[in-house]
Design a protein around this ligand. Structure first.
Ligand SMILES: N[C@@H](CCC(=O)OP(=O)(O)O)C(=O)O
Length: 416
């Protein structure tokens, strides 16, 4: 299938994610200055072409290890505290390195450190979005990393692939470049399987997952790998961002890839567009979803930490997915899992049960929403009519458990 890239050529918004393996030597942890300089030059060239660029960078831990003369990052659970302390040492030094390199060209940069908790609050999320927008409007290059020192494990992004996808959604990017230590996604690990073939273009990540073997666990310093890149691509394409995986040691390829995807004139045939894109350096392109989720719905799905799960019956699923979507009412709830309060977010799941054995045969993710009642309240009102809530709880703050405006349905509607 041929894909015609949208022919926007003036100012593109491009998020570039650079992993630890492209920034620090895996053994010595010394900075890979050649790579970093090329990355900085590439970003400056993209800016000179009129594009807006956000850099999402890892390597606070790697840089901290070098500074502290430690051989490797702590692995035991008890040492997680020292891992984040190492990140605190490295983050300032990493920024100073970028500031020095960009500073050679009089290019101002800004440090943005994010945690999942920051983004879970709608007003803080919007503040972060506005800050990024303002920086881009001022011609600054925002440099984003996770705020490792205050991210506890259950709310941690953990890998910067996910963080970069969230960032790309926040700035409504045209492109997310996930720079890594291979040229592109392969059908299997090219280091261990010589028959592994490059994957050039991906329309549907769910189908892709059935066709490729993704085993890369990431490097000894980074936390990501190909698995987290696919999650990031899924997330970013849902927000309408074309996502590219390509080699981190040749960042100049970003320019060649963007140019190849945008150089044909608007009247070019699809074949011309495909041929030009194929002539670009090796990369995998994940096609952006044509009808991306609008900002608030995307934020509910990806910005919010999921605090629990609400299990619903089949009738409820049909109502939630119907053309005129219904809100989620207590009557359709079967049970609730986890401990959460009102205004936190919960997954909505349907369990398909084998009628003969009574066993759950499949769990179907329906969506995610901001709840009007706590998990304890939901446990008491599940299966009841809205008119009964007041009698059971002694009050009724809302007639539904999740209002449809506060819910994002994943997957297709029932009638599609
Ligand atoms: N935020 C941390 C680690 C993030 C991380 O490992 O990401 P990656 O190298 O992309 O797998 C850091 O700056 O070292």
């Amino acid at each position: 299938m041929l894909h015609k890239q949208k022919q926007k050529t003036s100012s593109l918004t491009i998020v570039v994610k650079v992993g630890t393996s492209s920034i620090c030597d895996e053994v010595t942890h010394f900075p890979l200055l050649g790579n970093l300089s090329l990355m900085v030059e590439t970003i400056l060239k993209l800016k000179a072409m009129g594009h807006r660029v956000v850099l999402v960078t890892s390597a606070a831990i790697g840089t901290g290890l070098r500074r502290l003369n430690l051989p490797s990052k702590p692995k035991k659970l008890a040492q997680i505290q020292s891992e984040i302390a190492v990140a605190a040492v490295g983050q300032g030094r990493l920024m100073s390195l970028y500031d020095d390199l960009f500073g050679q060209f009089n290019q101002p940069v800004a440090q943005i450190l994010l945690t999942r908790n920051d983004l879970a609050d709608r007003s803080q999320y919007l503040n972060a979005v506005n800050c990024l927008e303002e920086l881009l409007a001022m011609g600054v290059v925002p440099i984003v990393n996770e705020n490792d020192t205050i991210s506890v494990s259950e709310i941690r992004f953990g890998d910067n692939d996910t963080l970069s996808a969230i960032t790309a959604g926040m700035v409504k990017a045209d492109y997310l470049f996930l720079m890594t230590d291979v040229d592109c996604l392969y059908t299997d690990n090219p280091r261990t399987n010589s028959n592994a073939k490059p994957v050039f273009i991906v329309d549907d990540i769910a189908t892709l997952k059935e066709q490729v073997t993704v085993s890369s666990p990431g490097t000894s310093l980074g936390t990501g790998g190909m698995v987290t890149k696919l999650i990031a691509a899924d997330l970013a394409t849902a927000a309408g961002v074309t996502t590219i995986i390509t080699r981190g040691s040749t960042p100049q390829n970003i320019i060649a890839i963007v140019s190849a995807l945008h150089s044909p004139s608007p009247s070019s045939s699809s074949a011309d567009v495909a041929a030009t894109a194929t002539a670009a350096p090796l990369h995998t392109r994940f096609v952006a979803k044509p009808n991306p989720l609008v900002d608030r719905k995307w934020w509910i799905l990806h910005g919010l930490h999921t605090a629990g799960t609400i299990y619903v019956d089949a009738g409820c699923v049909r109502a939630l997915k119907a053309q005129q979507r219904s809100s989620l009412f207590a009557a359709g709830i079967v049970h609730v899992e986890g401990s959460f309060v009102a205004q936190q977010s919960a997954r909505v799941v349907h369990e398909r049960v084998d009628p003969e054995t009574g066993k759950v045969v499949e769990q179907i993710e329906v969506g995610k929403g901001l709840v009007n009642y706590s998990s304890m309240e939901i446990a008491r009102i599940k299966g009841c009519k809205s008119s009964e809530i007041e009698g059971i709880l002694g009050y009724a703050d809302a007639e539904c458990v999740v209002h449809r405006d506060n819910m994002t349905i994943t997957g297709k509607r029932a009638e599609e």
